[in-house]
Design a protein around this ligand. Sequence first.
Ligand code: FAD
Length: 407
Amino acid sequence: MLIERDGFVGGTSTAGLVTPFMKYWIDDGTSRRPLVAGIFAELNDRMIAAGGMVENGFSPTAFRRVAADLLADAGVTILVQTMITDVLRSGKTLRAVSVHNGVSGRTLSASVFIDTTGDGDLLFLAEAPWKKGDEKTGLLQALTMFFRVGGIVMEDVVQDVARRPGQFFDWSTKKFVPGQIVSVAGYHEVVERAKQRGALADAVQYFFFTSLPASGEGAFNTTNILGLDGSSSVELTRAEISGRRQVTQVVALLKSECSGFQHSYLIETGIQVGVRETRRAVGDYVMTGGDIRSGAKFPDAVARGNYGVDIHGQKDEKSVMEYLREGDYYEVPARALFVQQTENLLTAGRSISSTREGQAALRIQATAAATGEAAGVIASQSLVYNGTVRSVPYASVRGVLSKSGNV
Ligand SMILES: Cc1cc2nc3c(=O)[nH]c(=O)nc-3n(C[C@H](O)[C@H](O)[C@H](O)COP(=O)(O)OP(=O)(O)OC[C@H]3O[C@@H](n4cnc5c(N)ncnc54)[C@H](O)[C@@H]3O)c2cc1C
């Protein structure tokens, strides 16, 4: 059973409108060899078939529908509009979760549980060990309210980039090719001038969007919300309000000052502000920044990735964006999914057992999908061992995951 507090599945990918998949492939110059395949590839294939993808950019509405279809085809019972509010535990065993779904409180028991709430809600409610924030400063990454804009003339935008490269990050798209994603970041002078006259929040550093499959649409990863903790509703309330204020400012500036945006309009903001970092599990293995940088390999590998450490800094904190050498990749061990002090709880996705730096690389969508698939395989195989996840022989987990192409 999949329990979800929103009315649809997908989380940050759909409710948060985070619509480009960051790098999960090795580029050998002529082709891309994916490090994550399996269910994630099925999702991609079905979105392509539905016209919902342009390269690694996807339509959030296509994702919602396709992901629900995949779950239904796999025989998963989905319970949406349902919030997990408590965990019943005896000793090291989780017995049940309490849920609230608008009608009444209910208790749902299971043999094995997977925490993919992003915020580690199950870990927290089960009083399992977790960490939050930078090991020295306690800082958490900045939050961002994504938004979707329509009516963009992409050809004009990329011509502007080609004409005034100093105003943009050098990796911005300079040539429009139909069927290829447009990725543009910068507008440095527009941003600085607007801040000076008070037309833009100080925290915004640049405008950044990637194009979406529908013609003339872009998803903006631009707002920058500082100093708030995404695992607190009180602070999230401030983030939601401040994020939507920033959206209004950016949309007005795009329309009045940026080439290709004269007839643009706001389609929607994320249903929820995007949260990059909150609780991380303390598992049997803790993935570190060193593991990411060195391309660590493990005897119990269940997932792979090659995205580097990417920290969106707070005020007075330097942002970090590192890249692995092309061809390198790291593995994620099963032990990073096993939560200490519990025997039938796994975690995957954003709350995986890691240091702050490790999490800053592992948090991207493809890796979250790969660790989620691995947790699902281990959970299902653990049923013959009463849900004790460490009893599952690694060879049989590897058998399934290597067939799916994830290890
Ligand atoms: C602003 C921003 C930009 C990003 N940019 C990129 C990018 O460009 N490319 C990329 O690949 N990655 C990007 N990421 C990272 C990536 O999107 C996320 O880390 C990833 O999607 C997290 O997936 P998840 O499944 O672990 O958690 P989530 O997507 O957060 O899913 C958790 C789900 O659990 C549900 N839930 C939570 N608590 C409860 C509860 N108590 N009861 C019931 N349901 C609950 C939520 O509603 C949600 O659906 C970005 C993230 C952010 C925030």
